[in-house]
Design a protein around this ligand. Sequence first.
Ligand code: PHE
Ligand code: NA
Length: 497
Amino acid sequence: MTADKRGMHGIWSSRWTFILAATGSAVGLGNIWKFPYIAGENGGGAFVLVYLLCILTAGIPIMMAEVLLGRKARMSPIHTMERLTATAKAPRMFAGIGWMGAVAGFCILSFYSVIAGWTVYYTVKMATGTFTGISGENAGAVFSDLLADPQSLMLYHTIFMVLVGVVIARGVHRGLENAVRIMMPLLFIMLILLLGYSLTTPGFSQGFNFLFSFDFSKLSQESVVVALGHAFFTLSLGMGAIMAYGAYMPADASLGKTVLAVGILDTIVALAAGLVIFPIVFTNGLEPGAGPGLMFQTLPIAFGGLPGGVLIGTTFFVLVVIAAWSSAISIAEPAVAWCVEKGVGRGRSTFIVCALAWFLGIGTVFSFNDWSNNQFFVHVTPTVAEQADATSVQLPEAEWFAYADVSELERLYPPTESVNFQITGKTFFDVLDFLTANILLPLGGVLISLFGGWFLSRRSVADEARVNNTAIFEIWRFMIRFVSPAAVLFVFIHGIL
Ligand code: PHE
Ligand code: NA
C-alpha cells in the first residue's frame, strides 16, 4: 500500500474534471427520480425548505470536509480514515467511517441499479413509440406492468450493473471523464426544454405552489428526517463516494468554490426536475404522493404529447441513464479502490463489488411484486371509521410487528363498523432506502464533520483546503465544528423521540 503525492489510483486532469466527476456523482436518480417523489409524499413546500436548509447547513460544509479528508490521505475511504484517525490520535470509532460507508454503498448500489434499470427500460419504450399520445392512465399501466414482472426488472438491473462495471474496470479516470463532459451539459439543456413545456401546461402554477409554498402544518417528524437524509443522498455524502473522488483531486485546486459549484448544480437540477414533474401531475389529475413511480408516470405523458416526442423523450431517458450511471460508478468506487489497495486487480475488484451489489439487488426487484406483502416494521393503527361517532368509539391498542405478511394482517384486521385498521410497513427496498439515506449517511456525515472539525488542527486543515479567503475558511470551520453536527443530531434526536 503506497501513497505518494499522487496516490495509487491516479489524479483528475484538472480542477474542472473534478467538478465534472463530482457533479456526475451528485446529479443522478436522487435529483430526477427521488427528490420529486419524496417531496410529493411529504407535502411539498415545507419539505423543500427544510431540504434546502439541510443542504446549506450540513450538506455543503460536510462535502468540503469529505473532499479535504480524501485529498489529505489520497487513499480509499477505509484506508484514508484508518490512517487519518491514527495520525490524529482520534478515537478508533472514526476509523469506522470508511467501513460504515462501504456497507451503505453496497446497499445503495443494489437498489440504485434496479431503479436505473427502469430508466433503461423506459429508454427502449420511448424509442419504440409506446408513449406517443398516451393518456395518464395508460402511462400508469406501463409502469405497473413493468413492476409486476420480476424477469424484466432483473434483466434491466443486470444490464445496468454491467454498464457500471465496464467503466469502473477501465479506471474512473479514462472511463468516466468523457461521458460526463458531454452528457451533463446536455442534461441541463433537456431539463430547460422540459421546463418550457411544463410552463405551458395549465397545472403549472399549481405545481409551482406545491413546491414553493411553505405550509408547515403538513410537515411531520419523519418528513424532517427524510429531508436531511436526502440532502446527504443527493450530494453523495456520508459514505465515502466524494471522499474517494477527493482523493484524486489535484493538490493545488482550491476546495471551497469547487464544492460550492457542485452543490449548487445539484440543487438546481433537483428543483428543475420538480418544476417539470409537478405541473404534469396536476394537469393530468395525478397524485403527487404516488411514490417511486412518479417520474415514470408523468414524464412519458409530456413526451407523448410533444411534437418530436419520441426523439426528445428518448434523448432525455438516455441522459437520465447516464446521470444514474455516473452516480453508480461513484457509489462503487470506494469499495473497488479498497480492494485494489489490498492488492486485488482492478478488474477483479470491480467484478466482486458489482456482483455482490447485484445479488443484493434481487431483494429490491422482488419488493415490487412477489415480496410486496412481506414487510418489516409493520404498524397496525386503528382509526375511527368515517361513518362512526368518534366520541362513542373505544379504539383498540395500536400494534406493531418487526416482520409480517401484510395480506395476512389485512385478513386478521378487517374494518368493522366503527374501526378501520391502517396497516403500514416497509418492503425490503424501503428498508434499504431508509437505513442508508436516513440513518447511515447522516451518521457518517456527523462523524466526518466531528473528525474534520475537532480532531484535525486548524493548521493542517487550512493547509489542505488552500482557501485564499480567511473569512470563508473561518465560516466553514465554524459550520463544520458546530452547526453541521448540531443540525444532524437535532434532526436525528427529534426523529427518534
Ligand atoms: N447523489 C446520487 C444521486 O443523487 C446518489 C449517490 C448517493 C451517489 C450516495 C453516491 C453516493 O442520485
Ligand atoms: Na443528487
